[in-house]
Write a protein that binds this ligand. Structure first.
Ligand SMILES: Cc1cc2nc3c(=O)[nH]c(=O)nc-3n(C[C@H](O)[C@H](O)[C@H](O)COP(=O)(O)O)c2cc1C
Length: 171
């Protein structure tokens, strides 16, 4: 399957980047075609709610920023993996912008499966991210193929790597 991983942490050697890379390696080993994008390195603004896309734009966004690179990847993806650090009890802004910029097309055309990878300092801080992720799965009619969380003492561990490998089997 065509897998697109959106990785939102600006820390290139951080825990979320590691989780995204482990997911990529496991999915590629299983024969999937994986594209990993560090969206924190992209200039992707928030949705302007200008409705250009739903009027004159015929589904195209008026903002010509780095989201233009992501739209074709989102259109082709069959699996979408969101990888985010927890910032203030939810997914970070870098991940929220590309999700919300899908407003112009409402949903990624081919995404049938999703997964969530989240990293945090503390335990028990995942409810907001998981609730949003599950609502998006339902809204985009995608199956939830698994969630892996990693608080401080679970980051970059063999146990977390095994959990990631386990959810890749759901593809
Ligand atoms: C702006 C900001 C907000 C954060 N908010 C939380 C939080 O609400 N709960 C928590 O446990 N950790 C919080 N953290 C810590 C990160 O989630 C944690 O360090 C995470 O492992 C970072 O992932 P990374 O290594 O992939 O960047 C926050 C960090 C930053 C920079």
């Amino acid at each position: 399957m065509k897998v697109l991983i959106l990785q939102g942490s600006p820390r290139a050697n951080g825990s979320t980047a590691w989780m995204a890379e482990e997911y990529k390696k496991a999915a590629e080993a299983a024969g999937h075609q994986v594209t990993l994008v560090n969206v924190s390195r992209k200039k992707i603004a928030g949705c302007l709610a200008c409705e250009y896309c739903h009027t004159k734009g015929n589904g195209a966004c008026v903002q010509k920023d780095d989201m233009q690179e992501l739209y074709p990847l989102m259109a082709q993806a069959e699996v979408l993996v969101l990888a985010s650090p927890i910032y203030y009890f939810t997914m970070n802004a870098q991940i929220q912008s590309p999700i919300q910029r899908m407003y112009c097309v409402n949903a990624p055309a081919k995404v049938k499966k999703m997964a969530l990878l989240v990293s945090s300092h503390s335990p028990g801080v995942y409810d907001g991210a998981i609730a949003e992720y599950k609502d998006i799965c339902n809204y985009w009619k995608a199956e939830d193929c698994g969630i892996v969380t990693a608080k401080l003492d679970e980051q970059k561990t063999e146990e977390t790597k095994a959990k990631i490998a386990q959810i890749v089997k759901n593809l």
